[in-house]
Design a protein around this ligand. Structure first.
Ligand code: ADP
Ligand code: MG
Length: 320
């Protein structure tokens, strides 16, 4: 049984202009110890995918499909049932630290509460564990810093606190949404190492959401590429980097610097904009921006999977 199996996930938002189709028929699964990256341009539905799974959609959002975690559907759980899993078995590191920190409580109170609640440690043990975690994410003087309130930290330090909280309970599944975006490269690398260690030591599964394909290679073994709320390609890091099948994935790869290319290689952003999620076009959603589009693309391309489990959704098939 998979640790997490997401099937036919749809996420929509009611707005005065109509329904925003943020995630459309998304499928993926993870076993214990797997690390999956979800990549795609801003607005492609990465964050709302995990928000929906965690029961954290905005008021105007709605979800259908399945998200089976250890055999039970997270989407059918009550808030109190979800709370039993959130923070302990499933931890989430959010993009915006201020959404996951309570501004009125010291870091100590917030961290200790989680540990006492989920790991049954006493207060002194919980505090020592929390201080260790802060030290691990390189918060200076953690014994003193732990007594501070969120607003007393800089943005980068707050982000590290969030990472420490995410790792605190040794979750079975860690969902990290752009966890290192606001941090400098040294700290980014360090935090990637901490996540790898969590994976190795406790066989945790990781979902890493990022637009930075550079971070992916170090930490993840599979990559799911999203465009306009849909999966367009999924494969191992090697398949996605060295044999991308979908023109969108190829475009993403051409828009980021890579170590395996000469430094002066020109980078090309994908021209044009993603489609309007209020009225998605028929057929391939990428066709208006696609250099390889042809007549067939007005039909919806089926997901094709080869023997190596490399899946892509484009009529062009091979990397032509
Ligand atoms: N509460 C909301 N109401 C309407 N649209 C929303 C809401 N929250 C998110 N969206 C839209 O959902 C789409 C997907 O967003 P998101 O998952 O955050 O993208 P990203 O891939 O950048 O994480 C975006 O177009 C966003 O504007
Ligand atoms: Mg996002």
């Amino acid at each position: 049984m998979s640790l997490l199996e997401v099937k036919g996930l749809n996420v929509g938002f009611d707005t005065p202009e109509g329904e925003v189709h943020a995630v459309n028929n998304l499928n993926f699964s993870l076993n214990a110890g797997d690390a999956l990256a979800i990549v795609g341009e801003s607005g492609s539905g990465k964050t709302q995918t995990v928000m929906a799974i965690m029961g954290l959609l905005a008021e105007n959002g709605h979800v259908n499909g399945q998200a089976m975690f250890k055999g039970k559907d997270l989407l059918q759980m009550s808030t109190s049932e979800l709370n039993k899993h959130r923070g302990s078995e499933i931890a989430m590191i959010f993009q915006d630290p201020m959404t996951s920190l309570n501004p009125y409580l010291s870091i100590e109170k917030q961290m200790i509460e989680v540990v006492i609640h989920h790991q049954g440690l006493n207060k002194a043990e919980a505090r020592a564990h929390a201080v260790e975690m802060l030290r691990a994410v390189r918060i200076p003087d953690p014994e003193r810093s732990i007594r501070q309130y969120p607003h007393e930290f800089s943005g980068g330090m707050r982000q590290r606190v969030i990472v420490a909280m995410g790792l605190l309970c040794e979750p079975d599944l860690l969902i990290a949404d752009e966890p290192t975006t606001a941090l400098d490269v040294t700290v980014q690398t360090h935090i990637s190492h901490l996540m790898s260690a969590l994976r190795q030591n406790s066989n945790a599964a990781i979902i890493l959401i990022t637009h930075d394909l550079g971070v992916v290679a170090g930490l993840c073994d599979r990559v799911l590429v999203m465009y306009a709320g849909e999966a367009v390609e999924c494969g191992t890091v090697e398949q996605i980097y060295y044999d991308p099948k979908h023109p969108y994935t190829q475009g993403l790869l051409n828009s980021v610097p890579r170590l395996d290319r000469p430094e002066d290689t020109e980078l090309h952003a994908i021209p044009g904009n993603p489609p309007n999620l209020l009225s998605l076009p028929e057929g391939c959603k990428f066709r208006d921006r696609c250099p390889k589009a042809y007549a067939a693309c007005t039909e919806t391309p089926p997901m094709q999977i080869d023997e190596g489990q490399h899946a892509h959704c484009c009529f062009r098939g091979a990397s032509e």
